[in-house]
Ligand binder design. Sequence first.
Ligand code: UPG
Length: 451
Amino acid sequence: RSHVPSRIAVVGTGYVGLGTAGLLAHLGYRVTGIDIDPDKIAQLQRGVVPIHEPGLDLLLASQEDRITWTTDYQAVAEADVIFICVGTPPGPDGTPDLRYVTGAARSIAAYLGDRPQVIVNKSTVPIGTGDFLQRLLEDHAPQFDETRHRVASNPEFLREGTALADSLYPDRIVLGGHPEAVEVLARLYGPLIEQSFTAPQGIGRPDSYSRPAVVRTTLQSAEMIKYAANAFLALKISFANEIAGLCERVGADIQEVTTGIGLDGRIGHRFLQAGLGWGGSCFGKDTQGLISAGREHAYPMPILQAAIDVNYRQRNVVVEKLLRHLKSLKGKRIAVLGMAFKPNTDDLRDAPAHDLIARLHQLGATVLAHDPVAMPRAEREWSHLTYTAAPDPATALRRADAAIIATEWEEYALLNWRDLVGTMRQPLVVDARNMLRETLPAQVEQIGRES
Ligand code: UPG
């Protein structure tokens, strides 16, 4: 009895919502993007994309006839599929805060129609939220009918910076819920599953890519897949960082070690890059989220706790390296290159550079920070930190006592490091992302390898 969906409502216009709206419009659906923030909607209506994500402006502009932006939930009534893509920030105890999901669900409830509709959670939500959503809709939707209205889970695996390619050419599509709802979503994603769409400008299909696997499962398992995937990736990074620390002490080289272990097909080489550790909105929140889920069931999760501990220890490792060379940081000028939690985004959430800048200032250093795109955002979001924004890397490095590469932006790899280190007061570079390849007339410290 599954229907062929055509009208889609996407609630929430963050990374996930905007990407989903653009993708589904590109696949030919009529999409309404809904957000409670009138400023965001006004921007989108003017064609301004409120976040920095490569290719997103172009994709949304190319689909402007198929997408309507609004603060009005009315569009839910006409939609065959309604995606919930709102934020689930961690609360004070690490448990995800579901207030936006609940708020969105209540607003959706008011407008559910008398047609078959699938309400899909794309936000990363604690396991059990699908059932909770179902009950909430039952209680609040005047038109609710459980044979017509189905709740599903369709977690997102996109990375910031490559969000569109990740969405268009995914490894897998996970669909959880009642088989009828899963079938509607499988039809919705038909062109994606078959890879029968034309690639949007600038986001070509990777050479080795054929098509995604489809995982049809229950709500709970779909929700768990999302958490477990992120937790495992976080674990891999922390594992590499823990081994890196020992490499330094025994004279081994982490880059060679991870190459060596990654060649074992059971391990794989991806997400074994040692450095400053993970940041961003997902890994910290999701590992914590699993730990708190475990706690609720009196089930400790020591592996995940260790992954978190190793990750945040890593931010101190960099400061310790500076102290080893400079003895004290009082009055020292330290350049921090890179503020975003990773390259190709202006996202500053849980960025290692934040803790680094705070700590350097606390130890009495003058911090000059640079980022190719995140500086305007840092001016707004990091106003509590003390640092001078440097207009370019050269200005940050001039007369500096040390430089730290905190984010591996491509443009930092392309700098003329040879000349730049000559302008420093002391040529000391802590390459916390192991990105420099050449030998420099400077003291270069990396993570997990001898300097
Ligand atoms: N990182 C490392 N070493 C590695 C790989 C990554 O330190 O070998 C760091 C990276 O610098 C960044 C963090 O790990 O700080 C996360 O990177 P990435 O996964 O690229 O960023 P996100 O955009 O946060 O994406 C993650 C998952 C994605 C998921 C999303 C939201 O990769 O699958 O959808 O979080 O849940």
